[in-house]
Design a protein around this ligand. Sequence first.
Ligand SMILES: Nc1ncnc2c1ncn2[C@@H]1O[C@H](COP(=O)(O)OP(=O)(O)O)[C@@H](O)[C@H]1O
Ligand SMILES: [Mg+2]
Length: 335
Amino acid sequence: MAEIRVSHVDKIYGATKALDDVSIDFADGEFYGLLGPSGSGKTTLLRTVAGFISADRGSVVIGGEPMEQVPVEKREIGMVFQNYALFPNMDVTANIGFGLRVRKLSGQEISRRVADVLDLVQLGELGARRPHQLSGGQRQRVALARAIVTQPRVLLLDEPLGALDKALRVEMQVELKRIQREVGITTIFVTHDQEEALTLSDHIGILKDGRLVQQGTPQEVYHRPADRFAACFLGDANIFDGGRLPSGEGGGSVAVRPESMWISMARPEDAAVIALQATLRQKIFKGATVTCLLDWHGQVIKVLAKGDELAGIADVGEVWVSWPREKSMRIPADR
Ligand SMILES: Nc1ncnc2c1ncn2[C@@H]1O[C@H](COP(=O)(O)OP(=O)(O)O)[C@@H](O)[C@H]1O
Ligand SMILES: [Mg+2]
């Protein structure tokens, strides 16, 4: 276990700045979700922390120790990647014990540690199976077990659940969080799935074009996005450009989450509420919720409603869309 301090890291590939002045402190024992679109530098940052690549500028410090001269195998890092490669010809026990054999631990110690970690990932019965005899989720548990059995200081997970289908992914998210809590290991988890990051993380960071756009707790980033990109990347947002909204909403732009809004036939008489007259165009049934698409002076507004909130609202036509004034999230206007 250790805190990780990444300071002013640049990584340049030809004309691409894969990392651009990235500074992040990862606290001891925390689960940090690193989010960003494809190509934003997530994998590059993990590989820099792991030591597979060296930064062109800046530093990585783990547990107070500068890593510049420390090779990958001495950094005490466990890793799981999306395309995890288990050894196909070894059974589960041998796969998990591999790193311990490399470290020349005694047979007895290896058996004990592998048994412990098999219990932890709830694969106690499957030690004798080969990878091809396991489901995708089980293979991922083996990969995780193999990464933590050496008791690393840091766990790096690069889209580890990306290959799993939705239901299994949700199940594994819960498992992953449980295991991380039990072991208490500092974890950096890369995903492009914002819901996954919000669910699992103590802190999240959003990367875009190699730059850290914003970081904070999931609540902070969700409720106070730094800019339009952060607002739209982490969940849905209706963006009202500077000055478009009625009085009191001038200055910068405003972002409003679809779930903060509601639809009514009559104008709400409440000074604490902002109300726009708009045209309801479409209701999209999503089971527990209904997504409503409205037109307001040529701008599409998206409202997320629970089914019963739409009683008495026609399928299309003139309505009012409203939200509490304090749900207006201010963001800088785009230049
Ligand atoms: N070895 C490399 N050589 C050249 N360009 C690279 C290399 N690795 C990554 N890049 C580039 O750096 C940027 C960030 O890549 P990456 O860290 O893999 O993004 P992410 O994991 O967020 O999808 C991309 O533009 C990518 O093409
Ligand atoms: Mg990647």
